[in-house]
Write a protein that binds this ligand. Structure first.
Ligand SMILES: C[S@@+](CC[C@H](N)C(=O)[O-])C[C@H]1O[C@@H](n2cnc3c(N)ncnc32)[C@H](O)[C@@H]1O
Length: 320
């Protein structure tokens, strides 16, 4: 990392707020009475989380939920989970419920995660879209977590443009969690998190903190301006009428939803694709049995039919 572009002057003052979260506290009681969830409390949280986000929390997730909520208990200064839940679900608790959902979401992500998708994007998808003369290309990272996915897209598309000439693109990145969106906008990462980015791209698109002992990097302004962040709940929120995308990444979030909610979300995303547009899901996820109108294009990649519902060609065998 020592060969990385020197820092720019403006960001070293930036704090590193909740980014270094540390390990989750151990399961079990940590401060005595009221600090584990009764079956009734867990059922209430589970049904609230499901209604508000689509995330399903079977009883096997009880320890995880307790552990994640304890962080929130500490942060808000309540003495135990019981007291915290009394507040969150009480008459004054509406704004805290947003944080409660934030605390429960799983936000694991990384730069260049599932890298074959980015190869497919540059090797097949972008050339095909550009042959159709579709500019500017609009991409949406629909569960973007702390920003690594949309910034990877921005790097990959910027490189494609640098090598292949004219390419105009816009990236929308959204998530349910306000906490991760705040971090995504800051675009500050630990050097280890950036290690998955090829060195050449790190040199080109990352800035180092003026204080190297912090071990932090920030995505360059040039790249950050390519990504617009928005809070959106895939289960509820509508995008602006007429907003359509050539490529949607909705990876590693379906797995947290029940089957009927997966179908609902996929059918909704289908409507936000231009005819012939592409939808990427995580490799551990599946559309099998959901009955959506999308056709398989490649491994964990689906495609909307063309104009007038004409199926698009699928040049890549399904097992690729
Ligand atoms: C595991 S991360 C995946 C991040 C990235 N797409 C990737 O593959 O690396 C899942 C993200 O989905 C978000 N999420 C969960 N339910 C959601 C919903 N109903 N609407 C929007 N985002 C949601 C979570 O907040 C979390 O940041």
């Amino acid at each position: 990392m020592e060969t990385m572009t020197p820092h720019c002057g403006s960001w070293p003052e930036m704090a590193w707020p909740e980014a270094v979260e540390g390990p989750e506290p151990p399961p079990g009681k940590i401060s005595g009475r009221g600090d584990t969830l009764s079956a009734k409390e867990f059922a209430r949280i589970s049904s609230f989380i499901h209604e508000s986000s689509g995330i399903k929390l079977p009883p096997t997730k009880k320890l995880m939920v307790e552990s994640r909520l304890r962080r929130r208990v500490r942060h808000t200064g309540f003495s135990c989970l019981e007291e915290y839940l009394g507040h969150a679900f009480g008459p004054e608790g509406k704004s805290e419920l947003v944080h409660l959902v934030d605390a429960i979401t799983t936000n694991r992500t990384e730069f260049f995660r599932e890298p074959s998708h980015f190869d497919l994007l540059t090797g097949k998808v972008l050339p095909e879209l550009l042959r159709g003369g579709q500019q500017p290309l609009k991409l949406w990272s629909a569960a973007c977590s702390t920003g690594e996915e949309p910034y990877t897209l921005a790097m990959v598309l910027s490189e494609f443009a640098a090598e292949g000439g004219e390419l105009r693109f816009e990236i929308l990145a959204s998530d349910l969690s306000t906490r991760v969106l705040q971090r995504a906008r800051q675009a500050v990462y630990r050097e280890e998190q950036a290690a998955a980015i090829p060195l050449r791209l790190r040199k080109k698109y990352l800035l180092r903190s003026s204080d190297p002992s912090l071990g932090l990097v920030q995505v360059s302004e040039q790249l950050r301006r390519r990504v617009a962040f928005r809070r959106l709940n895939l289960m509820e929120d509508e995008l602006a009428a007429g907003e359509r995308f050539h490529v949607i990444f909705c990876r590693n979030v379906l797995i947290y939803f029940a089957k009927e909610d997966q179908k609902k979300v996929m059918c909704r995303l289908h409507q936000y694709l231009v005819p012939g547009g592409f939808l990427f899901i995580g490799h551990s996820e599946s559309m099998a049995g959901l009955g959506t109108p999308l056709s398989a294009y490649a491994s964990a990649v689906y495609r909307r039919a063309g104009e007038n519902g004409v199926p698009m060609e699928r040049p890549i065998p399904r097992h690729n």
